[in-house]
Design a protein around this ligand. Sequence first.
Ligand SMILES: *Cc1c(COP(=O)(O)O)cnc(C)c1O
Ligand code: SF4
Length: 315
Amino acid sequence: MSLPTPNGFLNFTPLTARQAKEMQPVLAGFPFLVSDGFASRIDWSNQNDPLLLQVLPTPLELEQREGFHADPLDEKEYRAAPGVLKKYQGRVILQLTGACPIHCRYCFRRHIKQDTIPNTLAQWQAGLEMIRSDERIKEVIYSGGDPLMVSDKKLFALSNALAEIPHLQRLRIHSRMPIADPKRITPALVEGLKKSRLVTTLVIHMNHPAEMDETVREALARLVDAGIPLYNQSVLLKGINDRLETLVELSEVLLQARVTPYYLHLLDRVAGAAHFQVDRDRGKALVAGLREHLPGYGVPLLVEERPGEGAKSVV
Ligand SMILES: *Cc1c(COP(=O)(O)O)cnc(C)c1O
Ligand code: SF4
């Protein structure tokens, strides 16, 4: 359900004329976008539905808040070649696209213009050369946008070129697609990922247990059955998943789908997302609570990304 025009969106939510007018600049900066699959799991009669709140634009996004910036992680500082971010030791992030199947209002990349992303294998040559020339790089991370917005053909052309670099060992894909559009996890995609010489893992991004349904479970099962380990990262979001019972249930639902909870992120301070912030002490108390309810491998690490640091910080 992509409603690209503001009016399309506005006709479909109960807003007053004044609210509708206030919403225009919000949508101009970061349009409303939700996939059919994700939309089908929203309870549209509940204004506080935890899935709806992740995608619903609000005039609160226009509030200027100290410490909240357009590029909170200074990503532009880490661009090593077109599409390549060198932020961490031993691994590089490849941005395959700026597009997403869903627009999450808290996203830290919501303001970043993705105009330098390579679109062809020829345009990836500088990035591939950079990776080839640095033997310390063991892992590439496909990111975006959502890297599974790219066709299988393009995805595998790049993966095959990467597999020819002898010191590379692992390929990791960060994607919300198994949740946003589980149909994208086709047998052909899974087969292609499985065939790679590179040890391939996938990190999904689920924030609330209601994001799981049978279609998502089946997509995840196709991946795990093919031997692709799955991890989950979530963002701690006010009014969405900041209660202990919600986080316990999220871990339970993930473990049942053979997904290991990996990270619980404190919000990146991106402009427009301040209303989602949960403070650090509350985050710590929640994770301490999780430890009492779950096996150790069911408790995600509470982390925070600080610009300029070479790894996430465990809180
Ligand atoms: C944290 C993060 C990484 C790196 O993850 P590690 O598991 O710490 O190596 C890559 N991409 C994104 C978008 C991240 O948030
Ligand atoms: S990059 Fe991920 S978190 Fe950000 S809008 Fe796209 S799908 Fe959502």
